[in-house]
Design a protein around this ligand. Structure first.
Ligand SMILES: C[S@@+](CC[C@H](N)C(=O)[O-])C[C@H]1O[C@@H](n2cnc3c(N)ncnc32)[C@H](O)[C@@H]1O
Length: 198
């Protein structure tokens, strides 16, 4: 289940050189950020059935933290668009559902993989560095798959919420901000977004 760290970091850097904007960061998420995302996801799925979907799993740093936080592998599905990274995930996380594809097509990807119930979505996507229309497509797709009250967990390095205001209001999302993790490099904040139960 565990990745070989140096191989993962080198592959991450190689893919960053190819697609810097969609990778967002030069190195995988730090342990403290990965753990904060996993803790938030674990709390968000309490009492909920269905899969936890990780978007942009990269080399699996957040995946490892999700497993370590007690989310069972059979409830996890990873979505990764980069074919080399998806192949890496398949080699290192045997037994997990690895979906190679674009997060902007989430409802179709999940349907094609027999996933019909989602408890939470954890995103490692660099939303701030993606074009607005791409972010709109991804976030709309996420909330098409999540039941009301279920959470999108998303980090940001920036001062503002990682889901832009216009999109939050059009989807009527409520955001909750976690504490800034100062010891992460760079310091990061984990947000959760939900459509409140009607
Ligand atoms: C900042 S990296 C995060 C990787 C890992 N979750 C971590 O925290 O170390 C972003 C990842 O999202 C993937 N990605 C970017 N756009 C994507 C999209 N539209 N659909 C699926 N994956 C995407 C990239 O290939 C990359 O692996």
């Amino acid at each position: 289940m565990r990745t070989a760290e140096p191989a993962g970091t080198a592959l991450f850097l190689k893919r960053w050189l190819r697609r810097p904007l969609s990778m967002g960061a030069v190195v995988p998420s730090g342990r403290l950020l990965a753990e904060a995302l996993a803790r938030t996801a674990q709390a968000a799925i309490e009492g909920r059935e269905g899969h936890v979907i990780e978007l942009g799993a990269g080399t699996g740093e957040v995946t490892k933290a999700l497993l370590a936080a007690g989310i069972p592998g059979e409830r996890l599905a990873l979505v990764e668009r980069d074919p080399e990274l998806a192949a890496f995930l398949r080699r290192h996380f045997r037994g997990l559902k690895i979906i190679e594809g674009d997060a902007a097509r989430l409802p179709r990807l999940l349907a094609a993989n027999g996933i019909d119930k989602v408890a939470a979505v954890v995103s490692g996507l660099p939303l701030l560095s993606l074009p607005t229309e791409v972010v709109n497509g991804i976030v709309n797709g996420v909330f098409d798959t999540l039941p009301r009250g279920a959470a999108l967990v998303q980090f940001t390095y920036g001062p503002s919420p990682p889901v832009p205001r216009r999109l939050r209001s059009s989807l009527r999302l409520v955001g909750a901000r976690g504490r800034r993790i100062w010891r992460n490099v760079p310091p990061a904040v984990v947000w959760t977004f939900r459509k409140p139960a009607a």
